[in-house]
Design a protein around this ligand. Structure first.
Ligand SMILES: Nc1nc2c(ncn2[C@@H]2O[C@H](COP(=O)(O)OP(=O)(O)O)[C@@H](O)[C@H]2O)c(=O)[nH]1
Ligand SMILES: [Mg+2]
Length: 288
């Protein structure tokens, strides 16, 4: 099948065609996609806080509301299938779960220039194929993850009951990107304290109130309320500026790193044959 045939087959619901098209996009080829104004949510937070487990629970909630959920997991340890995200019991309870959930893992290590140039077309394609809730899961621990999550129109920061992690997120600037924060593992005793102390520090630090929800992905507590709040997020909030700043920076980085002379210029710099200004001059010249 050629790309056009794959697209119409994917739009018709064929998951293998959709997977193939995502692989084509990931390999750097561009495919024609229409932008349907996709609904996107970035989910970020430190490893182990329960992002994947929580996403699984939110998927169940969305399915019950008639949505179809696709997950792009930029987290090497994340479950690779919708069934694994939902868990066996849930998968059996939702008989057509497999038609309503789609999961794709993306590895950052394959893409030194970042995932920037792939995310937008992937999101468009998924939306074109009828996926109404598109989730991007990423470990929120560094600049590149912040940039990935900035590609979503809504951002959920997930934290555990450990105050230390939350302080890290504050330092990394992730909280500025977030529309809503979920403190997961509310079944553990320290969660309430973590939520209270975060709420306090947020009221001091920011003018606009960011909602802090307590949830337990294990028990399912607070998940309906969390999804309700996420649905009410206005994607054109004042966080837009921060997001577009990150999107622009990541597009810039990715262009720089994929410049054919990038390595050459670094060599020349370390050999002392050119100055930093000359280096910049060389790699900011357009290549095509
Ligand atoms: N106690 C408790 N553990 C949880 C909860 N949600 C997830 N976990 C556990 O936390 C660990 C990491 O979960 P995972 O979803 O893979 O986290 P991720 O790395 O953020 O995606 C797993 O062992 C989960 O079973 C919760 O609500 N309560
Ligand atoms: Mg995960």
């Amino acid at each position: 099948m050629n790309v056009e045939e794959l697209i119409s087959s994917a739009i018709g619901g064929d998951r293998r065609s959709l997977s193939k098209l995502l692989t084509i996009i990931e390999s750097g080829k561009s495919i024609p996609t229409d932008n349907f104004g996709a609904w996107t949510l970035g989910v970020t937070g430190p490893p182990g806080v329960g992002k994947s487990t929580l996403i699984g629970k939110m998927i169940v909630e969305w399915i019950s509301r008639g949505e179809k959920v696709a997950v792009l997991a930029v987290d090497p340890s994340s479950p690779k299938s919708g069934g694994a995200l939902l868990g066996d019991r849930m998968r059996m309870a939702i008989s057509d779960a497999n038609d309503l959930v789609f999961v794709r893992s993306l590895a950052t290590r394959n893409h030194p220039g970042g995932l920037t140039s792939f995310l937008a077309p992937m999101i468009s394609l998924l939306s074109q194929c009828g996926w109404t809730r598109i989730i991007i899961e990423t470990v929120g621990s560094g600049q590149s993850e912040i940039r990935i999550v900035a590609f979503a129109d809504r951002v959920l920061l997930v934290e555990g009951p450990d105050r230390g992690d939350i302080i890290q997120a504050e330092k990394a600037g992730i909280i500025e990107l977030a529309d809503i924060i979920a403190i997961n593992k509310s079944d553990l005793p320290s969660a309430q304290l973590a939520a209270d102390s975060l709420r306090n520090s947020l009221t001091l630090a920011t003018e606009t109130a960011i909602e802090v929800c307590l949830v337990s992905a294990h028990l399912g507590d607070g998940v309906t309320e969390l999804v309700n709040s996420i649905e009410q997020i206005d994607p054109n909030s004042n966080r837009d500026t921060i997001r577009f700043r990150e999107r622009l920076l990541s597009a810039w980085d990715s262009r720089l790193i994929s410049h054919p002379q990038f390595n050459e210029v670094i060599q020349a710099l370390s050999a002392g044959t050119i100055t930093l200004d000359e280096a910049l001059e060389q790699i900011s010249r357009p290549t095509n």
